[in-house]
Design a protein around this ligand. Structure first.
Ligand code: ZN
Ligand code: MN
Length: 481
């Protein structure tokens, strides 16, 4: 999407990012969390349905994951956490309150580095990280403001969320999207999050323009949606200010289908929620857990990027492309250990990633069809001249679409490159058949050579190495004619 906003002066954006943690069971009950392909309301119990008398028990793994996230974001982990009740009524929240954190969150004061426009590095401050339970999911027939009724699914009720709150340091919708990408990348490195799952990340965005009041857009559930919703908000707020009207402090809903935000209610304030400590849970001392969890933090994207550049002598651009997704980073390192590391970088970052994007599949899915071993074998065949670049690309495509082994595909599709005597034969034939183009080339028209190379490639059905065809053509034209 082309954003109409060019002037982002005075734009301040802060995000509250809710990420689902990949624990086996929910935050306060033993219900399984693998609800994504299940019938509604099948992963529920008295606790996550909020039935009277049901008591919560804290999932230790979820707390550990929360601490892990906080450490990876450079936060100061707090010595003790306390769960609070945030009171409000909504059909997806049958208890009438959400168990969350307030005065004693897991962590404060972190920092995430992002690459902004023009490759400039920007630091986005993290205000706090806390844990809370996910409410259920409301399903609207149509859109939120036109639906005659809504359905509620409590499978999601009680899924552990880590909420990451930034300071209002983001300056444009694009930056907000880049930040979310970086956050996703870090959480996936930690193995506590899977960004592809539906609803895995949900964002509330606060935005103000030119020092005016801020509006909050709630519950944006796609990465693209955040950028679009914010672009819409900037235009809306600027138009109000231009006409001398006020931006109201309010909560708005983002309509994904229409790409607009709609007023839901005037902004509620913290005191409206009547926060108080959850009497059914005791405070938890977490200071003793931190040292052990710190040791579990793997190499993170920024460090990996620096190491890749140093260890494999690859460009910053390639290092960026190779380290964003942990699955691609691991795949690349395995390829690099079995073939030329720089050749591997080009083929994973440019060719393979392009083919994945084209098919809209993730590296995780692609691994079912193509292994790093086979990928390295393809590149080694290319290096030895067994296949051409075009042949290598075709093998990769075939493997992604239908699977198979490189050697078998080379045979079946006749992709083995042809030798120099066959190239020479094709070159001579093409020179004979295209006298006019040969004359043009001799008269100094460079494009004529491209045309002749193309003709030879066509004749050899792409099985000749273009560089060799070019060399042979130039040689034959200068000698023979
Ligand atoms: Zn439950
Ligand atoms: Mn929240």
């Amino acid at each position: 999407m082309k954003s109409k906003i060019t002037d982002t002066n005075g734009v301040k954006i802060g995000l509250e990012c809710h990420a689902q943690l990949l624990t086996k069971s929910k935050l306060f009950c033993p219900c399984p969390t693998d609800y994504h392909n299940s019938e509604p309301n099948t992963h529920v119990c008295a606790t996550c349905l909020g039935l009277p008398g049901a008591l919560p028990v804290v999932n230790e793994q979820a707390v550990r994951y929360g601490i892990k996230v906080a450490l990876a974001l450079g936060c100061e982990v707090q010595p003790e956490i306390i769960f609070y009740r945030k009171n409000y009524y909504y059909p997806d929240l049958p208890k009438g309150f959400q168990i969350t954190q307030y005065d004693f969150p897991i962590a404060l004061n972190g920092l995430v580095r992002i690459e902004s426009a023009g490759g400039k590095e920007r630091e986005i401050r993290i205000r706090r990280v806390h844990m809370e339970e996910d409410p259920g999911r409301l399903v609207y027939k149509g859109t939120i403001d036109t639906a005659k009724y809504s359905l509620v699914d409590y499978n999601r009720s009680g899924i552990p969320l880590v909420e990451i709150v930034t300071e209002p340091d983001l300056r444009s919708p694009k930056e907000a999207r880049v930040f979310l990408g970086k956050l996703r990348s870090i959480l996936e490195y930690l193995g506590v999050f899977e960004g592809d799952l539906e609803g895995a990340m949900r964002v509330d965005a606060n935005i103000s323009v030119g020092g005016g009041e801020r509006a909050e857009v709630k519950n944006i559930s796609s990465y693209k949606g955040v950028e679009r919703a914010l672009s819409f908000e900037i235009t809306r707020q600027k138009n109000l200010l231009r006409r001398g009207l006020e931006v109201k402090q309010e909560t708005r809903h983002y309509d994904e289908v229409r790409g607009i935000t709609l007023s839901m209610r005037t902004k509620e304030f913290e005191h409206d929620y009547r926060y108080f400590p959850e009497p059914d849970l005791v405070p938890i001392r977490i200071s003793d857990m931190v040292g052990e969890i710190r040791k579990e933090i793997p190499e993170l994207p920024d460090e990996k990027k620096r190491r890749f550049i140093a260890q494999y002598s690859i460009t910053m651009e390639h290092a960026n492309a190779l380290t964003f997704d942990i699955n691609i980073a691991n795949f690349y390192e395995e390829v690099a250990s079995k073939t030329d590391a720089r050749l591997g970088a080009t083929w994973v970052a440019d060719v393979l990633k392009g083919e994945l994007n084209y098919r809209a599949i993730s590296m995780r899915e692609a691994l079912k069809r193509i292994s790093a071993d086979d990928f390295a074998a393809i590149l080694n065949h290319l290096k030895r001249g067994v296949i051409t670049e075009r042949g290598a690309t075709e093998i990769i495509r075939e493997m992604l679409d239908r699977g198979g082994k490189p050697e078998e595909i080379i045979k079946r599709k006749g992709l083995a490159s042809i030798g120099s005597s066959e190239i020479e034969k094709a070159v001579l034939a093409v020179i004979k058949e295209n006298g006019a183009a040969v004359d043009d080339y001799k008269a100094g028209k460079k494009e004529a050579l491209h045309f002749l190379v193309g003709q030879v490639m066509k004749k050899t059905r792409g099985k000749a190495e273009p560089k060799e065809v070019r060399r042979s053509l130039m040689e034959k034209i200068s000698k023979t004619f």
